[in-house]
Ligand binder design. Structure first.
Ligand SMILES: [Zn+2]
Length: 200
């Protein structure tokens, strides 16, 4: 939802031309309202061959198994957000060892930055915003069906999570193949940046 009034002077916002594009802006004081996607940090943490997953307790994808993740706060780095969210959601301490990739789709409002890491300590204890936290072996990665009536963000996020954790069955009956392939959603999608083995 776009604000109707200027946060600086209280004037009514209108559409203004800023460089080559039209944006909401304040004709009275010249303030321009920029709208940018928010960074979200995610961590693929492993202990030997097991992957740390949570069953999400909040939307989007409430009830889905996914790696721990959350919005980056203004006073922290993206890496710190990944570690904080993982600790909060699972009780596990992790050492980041690389970048899996940066994933986004036009219009969805987030940029997902996914790290890889190794479990370094802690004890499994699900946080308040997850329903469960577990270390799962590759054989145990839960099959889960996509949110076929969900929002575009739900579908994109489900496909991406499936790809990241190797979930086997987002392509069950009634789905379109695009559910499994995030690249099929949204013009301008860019993903796969990074090879997973960058030094931090
Ligand atoms: Zn103003």
């Amino acid at each position: 939802m776009q604000a109707a009034f200027c946060v600086l002077c209280g004037g009514r916002l209108a559409t203004v031309v800023d460089g080559d594009r039209e944006r909401p802006g304040c004709p009275a004081c010249g303030h321009v309202v920029y709208s940018n996607p928010a960074p979200v940090a995610m961590l693929l943490a492993r202990d030997a061959d097991r992957l740390l997953l949570v069953r999400r307790g909040v939307e989007p994808l409430k009830g889905f198994w996914a790696p721990p993740s959350g919005y980056v706060e203004m006073d922290e780095t993206v890496e710190a957000a990944a570690l904080r969210e993982t600790l909060e959601e699972t009780g596990m301490e992790v050492a980041i060892d690389g970048l899996e990739g940066v994933f986004s789709a036009a219009g969805l409002g987030i940029v997902l930055v996914v790290y890889t890491g190794r479990i370094a300590g802690g004890r499994l204890a699900p946080g308040s915003d997850v329903e469960e936290a577990r270390l799962v072996s590759p054989m145990e990665v839960p099959s889960q069906r996509g949110p076929f009536k969900g929002t575009e963000l739900d579908r994109w996020f489900a496909g991406l999570i499936s790809q990241l954790i190797g979930a086997p069955s987002l392509d069950r009956a009634g789905t379109s193949s695009s559910v499994r392939d995030p690249s099929a959603h949204g013009a301008g999608l860019e993903h796969g940046y990074g090879n997973g083995h960058h030094d931090m």
